[in-house]
Structures are given as structure tokens and as C-alpha cells.
Design a protein around this ligand. Structure first.
Ligand code: GLU
Length: 297
């Protein structure tokens, strides 16, 4: 069946992982890529990296209710792919002992740009699609993953099969998200009267029948699907590309370059693949893809 494809993907992954094996990852290459180092790098005075290191703490905006990406569970600490990606940046600044050096702040979709502008957070890693509208307000490192919009329905739903079958149907998504914009443009007759600030509220509404579908990025929906076995299914093909970036202040090019360096290094030394596999790949059975090249615009 798809065995050949899986094997091919697996060998690509192994190649990527192998590439980094001769890399002298401990200690990194100095000020721009100290990820994984136990001794913190030193940074030029006046840079965000230097300021954060001196302050001894980085404030990270992420989601608290999204399985696989940013979920605050019983541990009280958010967990997931976005959290681990943000920790790579923190490690590159502080060294490998992050104890007390990271603070996570819940940052729902609609407040991400403003949280960065106001300095409430130092960066946002929150299933955050890079696009030109957002780039007018903030800057993005990455992408570090490319998702695509999809549709979640109850398992026994046969009426909704794809984007074109949403007409007149109550579809839930989140305010300030790219999926909302896409639905407004490409499913203009869908009933979008029930919207929330977070996706977990949409999933609750789907469970109790207030809406018939939830639409957002496939990997977000897969996280909820996995958490409620036997209840839901994804329908249709993905119909957008959602490149996930790390949001930083618009004019902070040095910090953006630094985060891109951290991602690049994680791609080369296999760290990114390990994180993806653990946080997303294993639970969803998505084969680990080749990481998307960072875009240093
Ligand atoms: N990636 C999309 C966005 O940034 C949807 C997910 C989200 O709202 O976090 O808007």
C-alpha cells in the first residue's frame, strides 16, 4: 500500500538525522547557534538575546488548549511541538539548564500580534501561520512546519465531506485565525455564527451538537481527534497551506535571524526531527517530513 512511500520518507528522515551526526553540536558555532549547549553563548550588547540572557528569563506566548502543540495539562507546564520549538530558542540563549528561565503565557489566536507589539511576550510559538497581513505588524522566523486547513465532524456525519459541502452548516472556528478568513472567502454560505477564542471550545460545541463542524489546521484537529477516540473524523483534503512561524517584534531582525539559525541547526542535527516525531508524528502516525527551509525574508 503506502509502505513504499513510508519507507522513502523514513530514509529521508534518517538522512537528515544522519547529516548532523558529525556536527559539533555541543557549544554550537558561537553566538548565533548555541542550541543544546550547556554553556550559554555570549551575545552582542543591545541584542534581544543579550537582554534576555541578562534578565534570565524568556516569556513565550503559546496555546494552552491544543493537544500536540501547546497543551497545559496536569503537570501545569504546557507541552507539545510549539513548546519544544520555543525551548530550542531558550536553550540557545541560556544553555541547557532552563530551570526557572522560561515562562509560558497563554496567547490565543486573536491576541498574538498585539502581545508581541506590547512586549507581553518575547516570542510567539502557537500554530502561528506566517502571512503578509501579519507581517505588517510582526516578523516571523521559520517556517518550522507546514500544516493545512481541514474539517472535523462527528464520526457518523455523512452530510459534510469537504469545503464545498459547508453551505448552511454551522461551522466553528476561532476569531483572529487564518481558517476564519479562508471560510469567509471560500465557504461564504457556511453559518459562522458560533466562533470562539480557542479551538477546544469549538470542539466542545461539536460534541454537544451546537455546531456540525470545526475547521482549522489538520494537525490541530488531529490532536483533538486523538483525544476523543471514536468520536470524530477529518473529511476532505487540506485546502490551504499554513506555514508555522515564530513571531517576534517586527524590527528585531537580529533576533529573527538568531531564531532562524536555531531552527536551521535543529534541522541539520536531527533535533527538529526527533521533536516532531515525539510530539506529533507518533501520536498521529504522520511520518516525519523534511523540515521546510527557513525563509530569511
Ligand atoms: N494556523 C492558523 C492561524 O495561525 C490557525 C491556527 C491558530 O489559530 O492558531 O491562524
Amino acid at each position: 500500500m503506502h509502505k513504499k512511500m513510508l519507507l522513502a520518507l523514513l530514509s529521508v528522515t534518517m538522512l537528515i538525522a544522519g547529516c548532523g551526526s558529525d556536527d559539533t553540536s555541543e557549544g554550537g558555532t558561537g553566538a548565533t547557534a548555541g542550541g543544546g549547549s550547556s554553556t550559554p553563548s555570549t551575545f552582542a550588547a543591545g541584542t534581544t538575546m543579550d537582554a534576555l540572557q541578562k534578565k534570565g528569563k524568556i516569556i513565550i506566548g503559546t496555546k494552552f488548549d491544543q493537544p500536540l502543540f501547546g497543551l497545559k495539562g496536569l503537570s501545569g507546564q504546557p507541552e507539545g511541538f510549539d513548546v519544544e520549538i520555543a525551548k530550542l530558542v531558550a536553550t540557545a540563549i541560556f544553555g541547557s539548564n532552563l530551570s526557572g528561565k522560561t515562562e509560558f503565557v497563554e496567547t490565543p489566536s486573536a491576541v498574538r500580534e498585539q502581545s508581541i507589539i506590547d512586549g507581553k511576550v518575547d516570542l510567539v510559538a502557537a500554530t502561528y501561520t506566517i502571512n503578509d497581513t501579519r507581517k505588517q505588524k510582526v516578523a516571523f522566523a521559520g517556517p518550522y512546519y507546514i500544516a493545512g486547513q481541514s474539517i472535523l465532524v462527528k464520526k457518523d456525519n455523512t452530510a459534510i465531506t469537504d469545503l464545498s459541502s459547508l453551505s448552511g452548516k454551522k461551522v466553528c472556528t476561532v476569531l483572529g485565525s487564518t481558517p476564519l478568513k479562508t471560510l469567509q472567502e471560500r465557504a461564504p454560505t457556511a453559518d459562522l455564527s458560533i466562533l470562539f477564542d480557542t479551538y477546544s471550545k469549538c470542539v466542545e460545541a461539536l460534541k454537544d451538537g451546537r455546531v456540525e463542524a470545526v475547521s482549522t489546521d489538520n494537525v490541530i484537529l488531529l490532536g483533538f481527534l486523538k483525544d476523543s477516540p471514536g468520536q470524530f473524523k477529518l473529511v476532505g483534503e487540506t485546502f490551504t497551506q499554513e506555514p508555522y512561524g515564530i513571531g517576534v517584534k517586527k524590527d528585531d531582525t537580529a533576533f529573527r535571524n538568531f531564531v532562524n539559525d536555531v531552527l536551521d541547526k535543529a534541522y541539520r542535527d536531527g533535533t527538529w526531527a526527533k521533536i516532531f516525531e515525539k510530539e506529533v508524528g507518533k501520536p498521529t502516525e504522520i511520518p516525519t517530513p523534511t523540515p521546510p527551509p527557513v525563509n530569511r525574508y
